[in-house]
Design a protein around this ligand. Structure first.
Ligand SMILES: Nc1ncnc2c1ncn2[C@@H]1O[C@H](COP(=O)(O)OP(=O)(O)OP(=O)(O)O)[C@@H](O)[C@H]1O
Ligand SMILES: [Mg+2]
Length: 239
């Protein structure tokens, strides 16, 4: 029997209350359990304001839960001070947002290498070769020297996804990564995220409002009224 798949991130009994120091605290998450393993592509869906971004921020250690635990890359984040938590986050997590946030004065390749420069001061020759190959793999081989303003929205977002993968994280968290793109460019970005998940074995969690894209994930997590429910696809790959 196969050994249990490696857990990239696990949230246990996650509660999040905003405004605890105000007269009207809001409990957004009321005890949520989530586990994502290496190589999995998970979609998070739910109404606006249901707590999807809140959940993503907890899983990625951008924020701490009011109660409950986050185990990220095998480390209990509650046991880490803020500096160690930031180190863990930089090492283990890549982020993609609705807007690409590429830096306008740097090229596509320089942007994609940015996490490595930030983490280790400079990108090694191997890093440059690896990231260049990833960019080529997603159709950006002829865009390497361009600035973001010279690229299409879909190309910019594909570069942002490769930037999230550049430092070889265990987990990529994407908050509505196709939300700013037209249907076709969104589908292309989605397809490349799926392929990169398969090829790199990263765990990928994507928040989306697009039901069709969510249906093509391995698993869907619904956030509703402070809780989550899941279903796995029974007919995956069919139809
Ligand atoms: N820093 C904060 N302080 C107070 N309330 C917050 C904070 N961040 C989020 N909230 C509230 O928590 C709830 C959940 O917000 P969240 O951003 O997680 O929703 P979401 O599901 O991502 O919504 P959307 O689909 O619109 O992005 C909302 O009611 C929001 O107003
Ligand atoms: Mg959100």
């Amino acid at each position: 029997m196969a050994t249990e798949a490696r857990v990239a991130v696990e949230g246990i009994g996650l509660r999040k209350v905003y405004g605890l120091d105000t007269p009207f605290p809001v409990e957004v998450l009321q005890g949520v359990d989530v586990r994502v393993t290496a190589g999995e592509f998970v979609a998070i869906v739910g109404q606006s304001g249901s707590g999807k971004t809140t959940l993503l921020n907890l899983l990625g250690a951008l924020d701490r839960p009011t109660a409950g635990r986050v185990i990220l890359d095998g480390r209990d984040t509650a046991e880490l001070g803020d500096d160690d938590l930031a180190d863990l986050r930089n090492r283990a997590v890549g982020f993609v947002f609705q807007f690409h946030y590429l830096l306008p004065e740097f090229t596509c390749l320089e942007n994609a290498l940015m996490p490595l420069k930030i983490r280790q001061g400079a990108a090694s020759r191997e890093d440059v070769e690896r990231v260049t190959a990833l960019l080529a793999r997603v159709g950006l081989g002829d865009q390497l020297r361009k600035r973001p303003s010279q690229m299409s929205g879909g190309q910019q977002q594909r570069a942002a996804v490769i930037r999230a993968l550049a430092a070889q994280p265990r987990l990529v968290l994407a908050d509505e990564p196709t939300g700013n793109l037209d249907v076709r460019a969104g589908q292309e970005v989605f397809d490349m995220m799926r392929e990169m998940t398969r090829e790199t074995g990263v765990a990928f969690v994507m928040v989306t409002h697009d039901e069709q894209l969510a249906d093509a994930a391995d698993r869907i997590i619904h956030v509703e009224l402070g809780r989550v429910h899941e279903h796995e696809h029974i007919l995956k790959g069919e139809g």
